[in-house]
Design a protein around this ligand. Structure first.
Ligand SMILES: [Mg+2]
Length: 262
């Protein structure tokens, strides 16, 4: 008999786009909770700290607890703490630094141990990029909280941290350590947080590469929702084959989640 699935639910493009909740998404979260499924919400969003993201989800009508959010900045801060070298130069925006402060990470622009790059938006200035470039040449390592190419903002497609990380890699010849999705370690840490196993887990996401391929590579099932970045045409054209394609997470309730074994 197939066992009861656990869920990793991507946030942006699955629960909301921009500042608008996706129709039926809040009810889908209630459905998971009411039926006692295990779940975590995962995100490569690096424009705000976890507490702020939690506030946003609450204001959009989602019944979600802060500890159910597993984000790339939180995972990155924990990773850095484990290295024992806590001096960082952050290329981030907004209040992301708070996730680092909470873990005792020190922000500095003097001989940092790590250059940490996220989706800094307007914070990607020439000065900061050039400072990061020099720190890496002087021995700092490069940590990417995400390497997404772009995302769908409320004003259309927008560049993420990936292109800027690639610029630093190109200039220095040093490859970044990726912490966020689709890093297998990130997904497995999120699973460990709820005691789940990859083969019983379904990842629901809107990105074929970051979500679906990442999930399948880590031994999970990947359900694509077309409410965000990628549509059914993208899925058809892609070599990545989602285990399900849904118009939105609201479609989860109509599925037989037990009998979808590959
Ligand atoms: Mg997404």
């Amino acid at each position: 008999m197939a066992s009861r699935p656990s869920f990793l639910v991507d946030i942006n493009g699955v629960l909301y786009t921009g500042n608008k909740p996706i129709a039926g998404a809040a009810e889908a979260v209630d459905f998971l909770r009411d039926n006692d499924y295990s779940f975590r919400f995962i995100s490569n969003a690096t424009q705000s700290c976890r507490a702020t993201l939690h506030k946003k989800l609450k204001s959009l009508g989602f019944d979600i607890r802060e500890k159910e959010l597993f984000t790339a900045p939180v995972a990155t801060a924990r990773y850095i703490k484990k290295t024992g070298m806590k001096r960082c130069f952050l290329i981030t925006t907004g209040d992301v630094y708070k996730d680092f402060k909470k873990e005792g990470i020190v922000q500095t622009d003097k001989r940092p141990d790590h250059v940490v790059i996220g989706d800094a938006g307007k914070g990607f200035t020439y000065e900061r990029m050039n400072a990061a470039f020099n720190y890496i040449l002087e021995g700092a390592d490069l940590i990417a909280m995400e390497k997404d190419r772009y995302w769908r903002s409320s004003r259309g497609l927008a560049l993420c941290g990936g292109p800027y990380t690639a610029a630093l890699e190109y200039a220095t010849g040093i490859k970044a350590t990726l912490i966020g999705k689709p890093s297998r370690d990130f997904l497995l840490l999120a699973l460990a947080d709820m005691n789940a196993k990859p083969k019983n887990t379904i990842l629901i996401g809107d990105d074929l590469i970051t979500d679906i391929a990442g999930a399948q590579r880590a031994g999970m099932r990947g359900f694509l929702v077309t409410s965000g970045k990628h549509d059914r045409k993208d899925a058809k054209r892609s070599v990545i084959k989602p285990d399900e394609v849904l118009d939105s997470i609201a479609g989860l309730r109509g599925l037989d989640l037990y009998n979808k074994k590959k």
